[in-house]
Design a protein around this ligand. Structure first.
Ligand code: PEP
Ligand code: MN
Length: 457
């Protein structure tokens, strides 16, 4: 009897790798836990809990990423910069899902391609920070590293890293996954009912007409296909959703790294699609060491200071066998840098004949402080970076195969510009992020429409 393809070892087991081999390397952005035995106890507890995702799902996502690498799918990855424990609520979760579903509908319709939907959720609880400590009014405390590590309040108690928060993050991730899965299995994502995804507060949006035209067009197409095939078109009743987060907090990720029956190698079962952040992407660092050994599809953030040589060595370390679907490269250069920095990287990977899915994150290179003191991003810069990315890929003979965005379904004013032309003064009205500023619904939908214009024609 021959084994199904995914049971066969198609690539080599990484030499010298174990789930904790990262411990021999410099590990950046890790909290200093005051009690090592409490940390070890939490890791044991996490190891015994059920996983959040399965190897089957992980491998099916890997196949979808492989198709996206060949131009047969487009990747949409989005969600909060960081999830908060207090925002693990039905409204926040379903509103975020609605925005992502609406965006994917716009993309499917405009690009005539299936979309790989990946949420930045169900585990996006750890944040890299530019400084280890924060000083206010003469007092210095550890920085806030996300709800999985400590609390944002400026008190010694809140800021002291607590390993028990990992157990809480795991539980919140499971609740989020459970709700998303139930919504989707129950019919929330059914293409026959896009009205389920309407958000109450956006009825008067300047983009509503265009969106509703797209929805009507899809409704017609669905009915047409059902008429000619004589029954319900199976795949239109539900969509797949995958999860992703920055696998930053290595003791947590290590405890979720497992072998599963009838599969070779190791999987990170806390998420389908972990990524390495820009600040922890050193070739000889702990994060690259950890990532090289897991079988998940993985992504690497690539910033303006990465050189072509560094990138090629990272590609080698993370995907030595050039396995399809394995590696996604998310560039985040900034509107002002992208034209100068990206082409050499595209050329290098192309000349080396390496397989990668190129994705644009137009958020993280465009963060600035507004005149009235808010961490913000201007929609015009986000749009400019994304437009330029499409143009640079076209010129290089490579393909931009996805977008990575920070967004929310809540009515926030954190990024300026967009269809309602939000100003610095508007930021005061509904600024809710404790970390990076997110696109609101309209700004997110506008970007999806932009992708269709730039790539779809
Ligand atoms: C992020 O995605 O929230 C982030 C910190 O990104 P980067 O590592 O690209 O700066
Ligand atoms: Mn961010």
């Amino acid at each position: 009897m021959s084994l199904p393809e995914h049971h066969l070892r198609s690539v080599n087991l990484p030499e010298g790798w174990t789930p904790d081999s990262w411990r021999a390397r410099p590990a950046l952005q890790q909290p200093q836990y005051p009690d090592a035995s409490a940390l070890a106890g939490v890791q044991d507890e996490l190891r015994a809990l059920p996983p959040l995702v399965t190897s089957w799902e992980i491998l099916s996502l890997k196949r979808q990423v492989a198709e996206a690498q060949e131009g047969r799918r487009f990747l949409l990855q989005g969600g909060d910069c960081a999830e908060r424990f207090v925002e693990c609520t039905p409204d926040v979760i379903s509103n975020r899902l609605k925005v992502l579903l609406q965006m994917s509908l716009v993309l499917v319709h405009g690009l005539r391609l299936p979309v790989v939907r990946v949420g930045r959720f169900a585990g996006q609880y750890a944040k890299p920070r530019s400084a280890d400590v924060e000083t206010r009014d003469g007092a210095t405390l550890p920085c806030y590293r996300g709800d999985i590590v400590n609390g944002p309040e400026f008190t010694t108690l809140a800021r002291t890293p607590d390993p028990r928060l990992m157990v809480k993050a795991h539980a919140r991730s499971a609740m989020t996954m459970n709700f998303v899965r139930s919504l989707i299995d129950g019919g929330f994502a059914d293409l026959h009912h896009p009205e389920y995804w309407d958000l109450g507060w956006v009825q008067h949006s300047p983009l509503a007409d265009e969106y509703h035209r797209i929805v009507a067009g899809i409704g017609d197409a669905v009915r047409f296909m059902e008429t000619i095939s004589g029954n319900e078109v199976h795949n239109l009743n539900r969509v797949d959703f995958y999860t992703s987060h920055e696998a930053l907090l290595l003791p947590y990720e290590e405890a979720q790294t497992r072998q599963v029956p009838r599969q070779w190698g190791w999987f990170n079962l806390s998420t389908h699609f972990p990524w390495i952040g820009m600040r922890t992407a050193a070739l000889d660092g702990a994060h690259v060491e950890y990532f090289r050994g897991i079988r998940n599809p993985i992504a690497l953030k690539v910033g303006p200071s990465t050189t072509p040589e560094q990138l090629l060595r990272l590609v080698d370390a993370l995907n030595p066998d050039d396995e399809p679907g394995r590696l996604t490269l998310i560039h985040r250069m900034g509107a002002g840098n992208i034209a100068a920095r990206l082409p050499a990287l595209l050329d290098a990977v192309k000349r080396d004949g390496r397989r990668a899915l190129w994705v644009c994150d137009p958020m993280h290179g465009n963060t600035e402080t507004s005149a009235n003191g808010y961490k913000t991003r201007r929609f015009g810069n986000i749009r400019a970076e994304l437009e330029t990315a499409f143009e640079l890929h076209a010129a290089a003979g490579t393909r931009l195969g996805g977008v990575h965005l920070e967004l929310t379904g809540e009515d926030v004013t954190e990024c300026t510009g967009g269809a309602r032309d939000l100003t610095d003064a508007d930021l005061e009205r509904a600024y809710r992020s404790t970390v990076d500023p997110r696109l609101n619904y309209e700004q997110a939908l506008e970007l999806a429409m932009l992708v269709v214009r730039k790539r779809g024609i």
